[in-house]
Design a protein around this ligand. Sequence first.
Ligand SMILES: [Zn+2]
Length: 603
Amino acid sequence: MNHEAPWGKWIAVGVILLGIAGAACAAGFALGVLAGPELARRLPAAEPAPEAATPRSRPSPSPSPTATPMPTPTATPTASPDGAREGPKVFAADLPDPPPVPDWAVGLAKGETADPDRPIYRIGGMLEPDRGRLRGRLILSLPYREGPPLSAICFRAWAHAPSSGGARLEVGEVWVGDQAVRPAWSGDRTAFTVTLPVPLRAGEEIAIEMPFTVTVGSRAGGYGLMQKTPDGLLVLYYGYPELARIREGRCVLDPPWENGDLHQAEAAHFALRLRLPEGTALSASGVIVQEASGPPGWREVEIVAPYVRNLVLVAGEMEEIVQERNGVRVRGFFRKAGAREAQQAVEDALDALERFGEAFGPYPFSELDLVEVPLRGGAAGVEASGLIMIGEDVFGMGDLGGMLGGSSDLDVPGFVIAHEVAHQWWYGMVGNDAYREPWLDEAMTNWSSVFWVEQARGLEAARTAWDLLVLLPYRLRLAEGDLPLNLSTDDYSMLDYAAIVYGKGAWMMEALRQEMGEERFFAFLRRYLEKHRWGWATGESWQETLAEVWGRERAEAFFRRWVAGSGITSADLPPSEFGALFEDPSLGPLLRTLLEALIEAGP
Ligand SMILES: [Zn+2]
């Protein structure tokens, strides 16, 4: 190890840390970029007091990763925030009808087919960017495949999560077949339960219909996943009632967690008919199959989006760049990025789709949207199904390698775009519980991002990416000792979540690659994808798949050491130009204080 302190390099790092922090107007951004694109969305500084209109009390999460907190929503229905309760006919009076079930193939890559035995959301709605809301009517068809009879179905209202910036979801009367049912809200209003008039048995199908209105909040906090900008851009990440996952006959209803993403949904098919103001650009998961003019001043679009875990809508004034390669279309939507940066972003996305497709298995959709969004609270990028959001601040960070005085061709936008594109495989195709086992998608995704840098930008750029964008927080953590990789999100502190899930996790994948050899490692990735496609992976099934490819003994030993264990030291990491500084007994604490101060500072 090099004990000579590379002072010049450290100063460059410091300048970048501070520069990024200043540029983003959110100090956590620096660490977010260092640790992984989504890290900084958990910063408390971005989270002012909740609005009175959306009372929430967050139950304490379980400290044990094996415990399964499933709070039962309150039995007594509570009034909606403004006391309004309207029947669907009133709600639906000026709404377009939900479209019929479409041919899903239009949203899929050639050769892919849609499993008809999935939840189907059909939504007819009015998207009103100037009012910051979507009013809609949802018809959900739910085929119940297997399990004990269900007495209730539950929905998530992530709009009410602390990270949603004070957004609201109101739901009118819920109809199960021809019977009206009052939804019963959970105490924190992030879930509601619909008690079924007759229990639903395996092999049966049910249709649930409800009017809903989702309105973005006015809080400055939040991450920008639910927001309306002063110039009229509307971002809806949690823009509809989301069917809660059902496990062993019960709804999975974890209270919103602080670290990482609120992803827990089954892959479902979506068909939407939306009315929106004429002249408004729309980016959405899936593909827009039809456009027509509506009533004066409005146009109507139909969207087909198969296999969606999170459906996102972004509407407003945006410049669009469309480019197609190998039958996949990337639609880029930009506002502030320069023409060259925008073009580069679309090309990076196409390139990542192609390289990941070859390495892991083909991209399943016919389209991917890349949308520049003014993310806040330090977020660099956010994944959704068939759509990735890239923070507008990211586009200014083109030439990181050059800023460091080196010759490596590393850039922050490419790294972030590759990360979010990789989520189409690890999160989109292979689902996992982002609360209980966040490492499954984040570790593989962050590794995939460096893999893309290595392939697209070269080995030197990849080395810099490992050193500066991935492993720095982990080295910091290792000064105090290691932690297991497979804990639930809330078992980590903010810094540890970044260090372990994004840092250790990504390097765990690289260590696996080195131990297995290229051929077997990629065979493992392909098999893992094939086995869990559109379903759910767990730590256990991850290890089981590894055992199938590599042998049980080796798989178990590797899992014990890198995933379940906490015995990794800096000697297990690659040599670092910067990491040695953090281990320096006189400098390390100072640098840790600096990073912690960066996190604490408000936007
Ligand atoms: Zn991620």
